[in-house]
Design a protein. Structure first.
Lengths: 998, 254
């Protein structure tokens, strides 16, 4: 084999501001002293001539207008640098750039077999030691789970980099299929369980043991020529299928709920036989019946919920979390997350086209480092933000899907595990020439099992089981992977074409658990499947059968293809340079049979696999007064409130949870597909924050619009997760109604991210956290019913804890606050209903909808910033009913054209909302409120909105809302905010503060 | 007969649907085709009047934006594309399409050594924002009668136009483009460090237009953040009219 190294040298030293976001906390180096470039290794049997090398270097690997390349040490480079850092991939890590290089080489050397590898080069200037370089490389420019680094002084780089050229080739040997002795003691089995990252509980091990010792099983296995004990392939499949990630065991558990006297909403002691069944599914079923909603096409049964807001198309929506992978590698974790939820949409019904992405992150803010040191093993919060943001950016932009809605919430409690929610909306025709109902899969025994897309490697092995475990310092490297948006885009193009040609009968995505989950789930419909793993295309040799079965290598979909169409299906794929492989057949004998060549390596009873696990029995006890929230670090001092509004408003607007995220959001393409009617930022300045993203359906085969919003208020969980759930759901609903969404054509998604609620040595307050989960669901059920908002899809992530040690070696556990993200999607009937947040002209009336507590401070961003005595209010059902009526009145006012602008009042209260309404079009406002009425200005609460109304519409508006609205001011031309006590605030200053520019 | 538009798709291109709709809205008959399909039947290109290379992230923007896609065109369709231009036909490259045309050497001037590229934005970040463009008096047939300024969404990470050579040579290249009236659009604000704030270029014939901002996403008032007029429509109307005119003349000659 010949290895050739190509280094790319920019013709001039170009530094990029974006590098600042990655390295600016590292004082010896400034972004302007770093120039990023690339390096490549090509491996081939062919001896390349000088001409060929020059061709590859000049035509393929460089842009000759701005770059030169070097293939030998003697070449004199004009680039002025003093040091260099090289970051290359470890063996087996997805290398997208190298894959594109390989494609380019195939164009010109079609007969040669090349392997390509790529790396990043950073050229540096300044007074830097090798130690400085090493620190910069390890802490900021690489991730030790994925990368190897080399640091050079200039002369070393010139001379040494061609010595001992090596490529990160994977060298692995496949393990033989192993029989696991399940007759041994449970303790012994549990040791094995931990070694192999099965994440099974003792009870589950026992269920498996019982199953494999049952005479029925042993005799059936004997007949099939298998030994009584399970193979490692079988145990791995069971472990994946039964993982918390795939099986949602906590939401199915039987829970005995109790509560001790407390000041919050009373929930009677009860037995809950499955939270999912008794709250989530139940509310949707009842809403559908009571309100006669015939537009809920498919809920909770497919990869995403399907709803009908239109005559021609159906919409589907799904939100996922990718927390554990993002904690280990923020970029790769977020990228695979967004691509994964895109695949959920592709795999819904007979396939939908993703038309919009959204993302919500919960992070610790970098200012945490001013309060405390981070436990070992945790990434710098800024690095998590930068990486996750870049992952979502690449995932959306490179897939051609607009990122239309999202938010970032900061709290110190998320330092142990960031929450990364990624969601996608898809559109599908209601029927096609070949499918009478696109929303339904239609395959049966005899159809072929075909895997499409990326090849299988060791990446992502044990992702599903790993994410069902607590994060610790020794997390496995294979749990980390990098997505490949290019391959997935090709799969998408292929799949939509195959759908329109009617070439398949069923489809689902390959996500957590890999083939084990996708084929395992699909086989449930037909009644079984038989596949040969040896047929599966691999990235490299050396994969064991169980690895082939559970690898989570990305960008794959599994299809059911009728026998007579299999050839056309595979040919179409090949013509579009997409790999499609026939692995076997769907059957109906009730067994999942896995072969590796001629050997039967797994023969699992489908009923046992999917129904064999009895529900857990758990206890929940809500006793908040004896189980107060204890922050893991003690330094949470608040500032003293001094002076008037001109003193405190700026600081409030600069709060990470209030300030504009425009700088980050503009890096997402939010209008590819040319359908984004309400974009993340609005108004003539394009800087006023929007409440929801609104997509026009015209370009997607439909009519009208759809609004997408979210609500996320996790900090109320410090008091009562019941309150948290109410606040989150209300905010989600409010955001879409404020944007013109119809409250009677509105659906919700629930995504729970909880601290571990299972009892254990290291988890003394498990019962309290589980009680919180029950209470959050009580609230969710209640508010969904009152608002008439059905839940159509959801997900839960139940291990959001980190265990490690602080700087002194003392154990520390950091858990996220119980967090429910509510995502909303509502129909917006017509263009006239599109409502944005910016005040439209001077002289409009400003109204407050709803009543704000003005006698005392309530728990709020203001109260977290300033040392004021703040309380929380319980929310009665009647109040929810009033708010529901308000949303209907608001929508009716929108339809009548009475509303000029509408903005929800959230973090930062009324005053922040009014400022944001001014920012969109650079208008001002005079408020009929005294600037010293601070509580009124900053309190937050449910159902509050600020709207502007034309002068002439005053009467019609006030008649509609009567006592539920209050006239609070008037818009004006001058860019100032005035108060009734004649205090004026300059909005330009506030705008700059809010944008983080002061 | 309405003008026939070939819109290339596949390999990571992602604005093909709205680009096809933009031509159809002005009477064109648009055909979305996978690049591989065209490569397997290159004669199909000549059956069309307009070739559109839409925006997207071909080959994931790896190595450089448009790099691998341009190599693929060079390998398989270079001759056909040259013939296409010679026959008075039109080519549009938006965003990634512009990057591809530049890397392919079709812009700013074919048959010369590459004198320009679209490099990473000055700040290194992707941006999506509606930007004001100044329309220049140019030879471009696509932009006839366009108002002096208009808004379109700019959505790119590599949109900084860079000329080859030292400062003097760069100046010469710029001056030549100016003299040839090949500069079509400039940004009012310096958003990405582009030389002369150039946002769009045409070739000396005026029939090839490449621009970074997205006219196909600026056609509907409802997508326009200022609720103002949508002159970008004229770009597509001009192209369709031009093609219809040429076809009419040809028919007349027959």
């Amino acid at each position: 084999m010949n290895i050739y190294r190509f280094d790319i040298f920019p013709l001039s030293f170009v530094s990029k501001k974006t590098l600042e976001a990655r390295i600016n906390n590292y004082s010896p180096v400034k972004a302007q002293d770093v120039c990023a470039s690339k390096t490549y290794w090509l491996e081939t049997k062919k001896e390349l001539s000088q001409e060929e090398l020059a061709f590859i270097g000049k035509e393929i690997l460089t842009d000759p207008v701005i770059e030169d390349f070097s293939i030998s040490p003697d070449k004199n480079q004009s680039l002025d640098f003093e040091q260099a850092i090289q970051v290359s991939f470890k063996p087996g890590v997805q290398d997208n750039r190298a894959n594109s290089v390989k494609k380019a080489l195939e164009l010109f050397f079609p007969k040669e077999n090349f392997t390509a590898y790529s790396g990043d080069l950073y050229f540096l200037k300044g007074d830097l030691s090798k130690a400085d370089l090493k620190r910069l490389a390890t802490e900021f420019l690489s991730n030790s789970l994925l990368h190897n680094i080399s640091c050079f002084l200039k002369d070393e780089f010139i001379q040494d980099r061609f010595k001992d050229l090596k490529t990160p080739k994977v060298e692995a040997r496949a393990q033989e299929v192993e029989v696991v002795d399940f007759t041994q003691s449970l303790e012994k089995l549990n040791e094995l369980n931990q070694q192999r990252v099965w994440a099974l509980s003792l009870e589950e091990l026992k269920v498996i043991q019982d199953h494999y010792t049952e005479p029925k099983t042993t005799s059936a296995r004997k007949k099939a020529g298998l030994c009584a004990n399970p193979t490692d392939v079988e145990v791995e499949i069971i472990a994946q299928t039964w993982s918390e990630h795939c099986k949602h065991k906590i939401f199915a558990a039987h829970i005995e709920y109790k509560e001790v006297a407390h000041p919050y909403a009373q929930v009677a002691d009860k037995m809950v036989e499955g939270i999912y069944k008794n709250y989530i599914k139940k509310s949707t079923r009842e809403i559908k019946q009571e309100r006669g909603y015939d537009w809920l096409i498919s809920v909770f049964s497919d990869n995403a919920g399907i709803v009908r807001f239109d005559d021609n198309i159906d919409l589907c929506i799904k939100v996922e979390t990718h927390n554990s992978p993002s904690a280990l590698d923020p970029y790769g974790g977020a990228l695979t997350g967004i691509l994964g939820v895109n695949r959920d949409i592709l795999g819904t019904g007979m396939g939908a086209k993703p038309i919009a992405n959204m993302d919500v992150f919960c992070f610790a803010h970098e200012s945490i480092l001013q309060k405390t040191k981070l436990p070992k093993g945790l990434l710098h919060p800024k690095r998590i933000l930068e990486g996750v943001h870049r992952g979502v950016e690449d995932g959306g932009n490179k897939s051609g899907i607009p990122t239309v809605n999202g938010s970032i919430f900061f709290d110190d409690q998320y330092v142990g595990k960031p929450l990364v929610y990624v969601g996608t909306v898809g559109a599908m025709p209601q029927s096609t020439k070949h499918y009478p109902k696109t929303s339904e899969k239609n395959y049966r025994a005899g159809d072929r099992v075909v895997m499409v897309g990326g090849r299988i490697g060791k990446d992502g092995i044990h992702g599903a089981t790993f994410s069902s475990m607590e994060l610790n310092e020794n997390a496995p490297a294979t749990a980390v992977q990098i997505g490949d948006p290019f391959t997935q885009k090709k799969v998408t193009d292929f799949m939509l074409k195959a759908r329109d040609l009617g070439l398949y009968s069923g489809v689902t995505d390959n996500g957590a658990g890999g083939l084990s989950s996708s084929i395992g789930e699909m086989a449930q419909i037909s009644g079984g499947a038989i596949i040969d793993l040896a047929l599966a295309p691999v990235k490299y040799e050396g994969l064991s059968p169980y690895e082939l079965m559970i690898s989570e290598s990305q960008e794959r979909m599994s299809f059911a293809v009728p026998r007579e169409k299999a050839r056309d299906f595979i040919q179409l794929a090949a013509s579009m340079e997409v790999e499609a492989t026939d692995l076997g057949e769907f059957t109906q004998d009730g067994q999942l049979k896995i072969y590796f060549k001629e050997n039967l390596v797994a023969d699992l009873n489908m009923e046992f696999l999917h129904e064999g696990l009895p529900p857990m029995k758990l206890k929940a006890k809500f006793d908040p007064l004896n189980n107060p929230h204890v922050p893991w670090h003690k330094n949470s001092a608040r500032k003293t409130l001094e002076g008037g509004v001109n003193n405190w408003l700026k600081e409030l607007l600069q709060r990470p949870n209030i300030r504009s995220k425009e700088d980050l959001v503009r890096q997402y393409d939010h209008e590819v597909l040319a359908a984004s009617a309400i974009k993340p930022f609005t108004g003539k300045t394009q800087s006023g924050p929007s409440d929801a993203g609104v997509i026009a359906l015209k370009n997607h085969g439909g009519s009208g619009y759809v609004a997408i919003g979210n609500g996320n208020q996790p900090l109320y969980s410090h008091f009562d997760p019941y309150l948290m759930a109410l606040h989150s759901v209300d905010e989600a609903v409010r955001n879409v109604v404020a944007s013109g969404g119809d409250p009677d054509k509105l659906v919700l998604l629930d995504n729970f991210c909880w601290p571990d609620p299972l009892p254990g040595k290291n988890n003394p307050d498990a019962e309290h956290k589980l009680a919180g989960l029950v209470r959050a669901n009580e609230a969710l059920y209640k508010i969904c019913k009152i608002y008439g908002a059905p839940l159509v899809s959801g997900k839960d992530s139940m291990k959001n804890d980190f265990s490690g040690a602080d700087e002194h070696g003392n154990p520390v556990k950091i858990s996220v606050p119980p967090t429910l993200l509510a995502t909303s999607m509502a129909k917006v009937q017509s263009k006239k209903h599109l409502t944005t947040t910016n005040f439209k002209r001077a002289g409009d009336w400003i109204y407050l909808l709803g009543k704000i507590e003005n006698k005392k401070y309530l728990f709020s961003e203001f109260a977290r910033l300033f040392d004021v005595d703040a309380q929380v209010n319980n929310i009665q059902d009647d109040e929810l009913k009033i708010i529901r009526q308000r949303y209907q009145d608001l929508h009716s006012a929108v339809k009548e054209g009475l509303i000029q602008s509408c903005h929800d009042i959230s973090e930062g209260g009324l005053i922040s909302a009014v400022c944001e309404c001014c920012f969109g079009d650079k208008l001002g406002a005079d408020l009929q409120i005294d600037s010293h009425e601070t509580a009124l200005l900053v309190n937050e609460g449910l159902g509050l909105l600020v709207v502007s109304v034309k002068e002439k519409d005053q009467k019609a508006f006030e008649t509609k809302f009567s006592s539920d609205c209050a006239l609070i001011g008037k818009t004006k031309k001058e860019y100032q905010l005035g108060f009734s006590d004649e205090v004026q605030v300059e909005l330009e200053d506030m705008f700059n503060a809010w944008r983080g520019q002061s | 007969m309405s003008a026939k538009v070939l819109v290339l798709a596949g390999d990571g291109v992602n604005c093909e649907v709205e680009t096809a709709k933009a031509f159809e809205a002005h009477g064109g008959s648009a055909h979305i085709m996978q690049l591989n399909e065209l490569i397997s039947a290159p004669q199909k290109l000549a059956e069309h009047d307009i070739l559109a290379l839409p925006g997207g992230f071909s080959y994931g923007d790896e190595i450089h934006s448009g790099q691998v896609y341009a190599l693929k065109l060079k390998k398989h369709l270079f001759k056909e594309m040259q013939e296409f231009i010679k026959k008075d036909k039109l080519i549009l490259g938006v965003c990634n399409g512009f990057q591809i045309l530049v890397k392919l050497g079709f812009l700013p001037s074919p048959l010369e050594e590459r004198s320009a590229t679209l490099a990473g934005n000055r700040d290194g970040a992707f941006i999506d924002r509606w930007e004001e463009l100044q329309t220049w008096d140019s030879v471009c047939v696509w932009t006839k009668n366009l108002p002096a300024s208009l808004f379109m969404p700019a959505r790119h990470g590599e949109g900084k136009l860079v000329f080859a050579g030292d400062e003097k040579r760069q100046k010469q290249i710029y001056q030549k483009l100016k003299d040839n009236k090949q500069i079509v659009f400039t940004y009012t604000n310096d958003i990405n460090g582009s030389y002369g704030q150039i946002a769009g270029l045409t070739d000396p014939s005026g029939r090839v237009l490449g621009l970074m901002p997205h006219p196909e996403a600026a056609l509907d008032e409802e997508l326009n953040p200022f609720n103002s007029a949508t002159p970008s429509n004229m770009i597509f109307a001009n192209a369709i009219n031009h093609s219809n005119q040429i076809n009419k003349t040809k028919e007349g000659l027959l």
